[in-house]
Design a protein around this ligand. Structure first.
Ligand code: TIU
Length: 228
């Protein structure tokens, strides 16, 4: 892996792929499967499943290229001591963070629903960042991990586009990372938020990143596409 050009909006991204990492945001059962947190909030979780196959393809490509892969999960300690009251008190009591559900307590570390969907399960050695907030940098060691490895560019995908993907990309941009978001490997419960969310990233000359596709990144990586 070395210097590459990735087709993107608003213009191609030049990046040293040896200093790039793939970041998969919150591809957790609680967001993607019925009976989880996303569904408890009244969302149609089926919309999010569109991102699974593109994520699987780029995950296979990054692994084949030897690129650093980082997974994130949103969730809290079982005693909820890391969950702000303002976050806990939202929603009806039986559907709040920490409430029992069919996949265990909602968004609690160690519960079935908190884990990453089986199709995208982390491999041994791939860091998993457990984050208490929407952004992957807030109260985590992600920045330290990236700097220790000399990472300059993040290839970002996951859910949801306008919440945890956006928050993480905004945090990363302010910390000096180039962020390229794989639009088809992200998803939202709200199609219009997904579309506008991607446009917001690339607008104004790439105000806080680039937007690209799984195909374009696989082409730049020069690895075979493991499409299903
Ligand atoms: N609800 C929603 O759209 N998202 C979240 O709560 N978390 C993430 O986006 N991961």
């Amino acid at each position: 892996m070395s210097q590459a050009e990735i087709a993107a909006q608003p213009f191609p991204l030049q990046a040293d792929l040896a200093r790039a990492a793939l970041v998969l945001i919150d591809m957790q059962r609680d967001f993607l499967e019925p009976d989880g947190f996303g569904a408890a909030l009244g969302n149609d979780v089926a919309r999010l499943r569109a991102a699974v196959e593109p994520c699987r393809r780029i995950l296979a490509g990054a692994r084949a290229a030897g690129m650093l892969v980082i997974h994130t999960r949103e969730g809290h300690r079982p005693d909820l001591s890391d969950a702000p009251p303002a976050k806990l008190e939202r929603g009806p009591p039986d559907k709040r963070i920490g409430a029992p559900g069919p996949m265990g307590r909602i968004l609690i570390r160690g519960e079935v629903g908190h884990d990453i969907v089986p199709a995208l399960a982390p491999c041994p050695g791939e860091p998993v960042i457990d984050k208490p907030g929407k952004g992957a940098f807030y109260q985590t060691d992600l920045d330290l991990m990236l700097r220790n490895r000399g990472i300059e560019t993040l290839l970002v995908c996951g859910v949801t586009t306008e919440v945890c993907v956006h928050t993480t990309v905004r945090e990363a941009n302010d910390r000096g990372y180039r962020c390229l978001v794989l639009g088809d490997a992200c998803a939202s419960y709200f199609p219009e938020f997904h579309e506008v969310g991607l446009r917001m990233i690339a607008a104004q000359g790439g105000i806080f990143g680039w937007v690209s596709t799984t195909d374009a990144v696989l082409a730049a990586l020069g690895v075979p596409d493991r499409a299903a």
